[in-house]
Design a protein around this ligand. Structure first.
Ligand code: UDX
Length: 421
């Protein structure tokens, strides 16, 4: 099939590359010509294991353009993968969605086939029916479901394992309102041989938010129980190993510690909170999920202070990415930890295998170490991201506050404090 993908961020580049690997011809549409050039050269515009390989291997089936209208003209299916960043009040900024919908609507006007528009961007329930369809219909003069197809197809990929997640997802979720679009998308995903859950547009949109909110809840729950376990001298990892054996619960996403960051959990939970409030519903659980998450970095710094006064001391921070195997620092727990250390008067030395360049853009004045081992001569070491290479360092004689439970640090450090164990 000929498919256009609008947006070259995480969702767009992974979706396009993986669909190309499935044998489809892909047109990437973007505004950033540098990124498009990188894709055209068969390389990945983002740091994501396995993505380079797919883009190189399928180069012959991949085109790039800045011209959305021409891309839609030559493709049957168009995926909207643009960003929906948070506004100050937590709600989603839909300006890119609106802009793309307007251009798409114009492109649909002269298109006499039955082009199908699929929203992969994370949008709150009701956005496709309340925002996207009205714009498309107004600009094209056509009706959704008869003049063009419309669908929701939320993405559940995790950064760092996105390619693997695409091909081995637990489920594909499709929201549709007409039979033709339903068949088209179900056929597209059938070769993956994974469960396909087809439902209405707004239910599909809600599945994405409920999934992310539940996973974030699981982490904050593990952290709350973990904080208590620590006080009681109990190992929360052992507790959740035992809890997770209950198949109704399952053991995943119970890793307690510094809490969640990234481009999805904080943003999506806050967007759901703002949405609930706007409908007169008090989201008590979701408010607590965020509050618990916000408190973990403070607990880390408080633990450090039980051993040394950070003022005038050099504190080493291992890890800046919001999780390993990515250079993404969005909402990384390193940000509040470092902010609090600076407020305490510490001199902060940091290291991350791939995220330092991104971090320098927001915090240029820190000391950036040349290697992880170089950072170990700090007065204390805080483990913020569990990169594999941090588990090969020699922690003998060190004071370590661990937010991610690195086995080697736990075994070797002279003074070791685990955040939730
Ligand atoms: C998440 C969802 O997992 C994915 O389905 C959705 O599409 C996008 O958001 P991602 O943000 O890439 O993916 O990473 P994920 O592995 O889920 O981790 C998110 C954050 O939670 C990280 O900061 C991680 O360190 C933290 N986390 C995760 C924990 O603190 N404990 C856990 O047990 C799991």
């Amino acid at each position: 099939m000929n498919i256009s993908v609008i947006g070259t961020g995480y969702i767009g580049s992974v979706t396009g590359a993986c669909l190309a690997e499935m044998g489809h011809t892909i047109v990437f549409v973007g505004r950033d010509t540098k990124k498009l050039d990188i894709i055209r050269a068969g390389r990945s515009p983002i740091f994501e294991p396995g993505l380079d390989t797919l883009l190189t291997k399928n180069r012959d089936r991949i085109e790039t353009t800045t011209d959305l209208v021409s891309a839609v003209e030559k493709t049957e299916l168009t995926f909207i993968c643009v960003g929906t960043p948070p506004n100050k009040d937590g709600s989603s900024d839909l300006s890119q969605i609106r802009e793309v919908s307007q251009t798409l609507g114009k492109a649909l006007k002269s298109n006499n086939r039955f082009p199908t528009i699929v929203t992969k961007s994370t949008v709150l329930p009701g956005t496709i029916e309340g925002v996207i369809i009205p714009i498309l219909e107004k600009e094209s003069g056509k009706k959704a479901g008869t003049g063009f197809g419309i669908a929701s197809n939320p993405e559940f990929l995790k950064e760092g394992t996105a390619v693997e997640d695409f091909f081995h997802t637990d489920r594909v979720v499709i929201g549709v309102s007409d039979g033709k679009t339903k068949d088209l998308l179900e056929n597209l995903y059938r070769p993956l041989n994974v469960p396909i859950f087809t439902t209405t547009l707004r239910t599909s949109e809600m599945i994405k938010f409920a999934s992310n909110a539940f996973l974030a809840t699981k982490i904050s729950f593990a952290n709350e129980i973990g904080n208590l376990c620590r006080e009681l001298g109990i190992d929360s990892y052992e507790v959740f190993e035992g809890v997770g054996l209950d198949t109704r619960i399952n053991p995943k996403f119970f890793r307690s510690g510094l809490g969640f960051g990234g481009s999805c959990f904080p943003k999506d939970v806050n967007a759901l909170i703002a949405h609930a409030k706007s409908r007169g519903i008090t989201p008590r659980i979701l408010n607590s999920v965020i509050a618990t998450n916000d408190d973990q970095p403070r607990r880390m710094v408080a633990l450090l202070k039980t051993h040394i006064n950070p003022r005038g001391r050099t504190i080493g921070v291992l890890g800046l990415a919001f999780k390993p195997d990515t250079d993404d620092i969005r909402e990384s727990r390193a940000i509040p930890v470092i902010r609090m250390l600076l407020e305490e008067g510490a001199s902060v030395k940091v290291y991350d295998p791939v995220a330092m360049a991104n971090f320098k853009k927001i915090c240029p004045d820190l000391t950036y170490a040349g290697s992880a081992s170089e950072l170990l001569d700090s007065d204390a070491v805080l483990i913020v991201t569990e990169w594999d290479e941090f588990n090969r360092l020699d922690y003998t004689g060190k004071l370590v506050i661990d937010g991610r439970r690195l086995p080697k640090a736990r075994k070797e450090a002279a003074v070791y404090e685990g955040l939730c164990w």
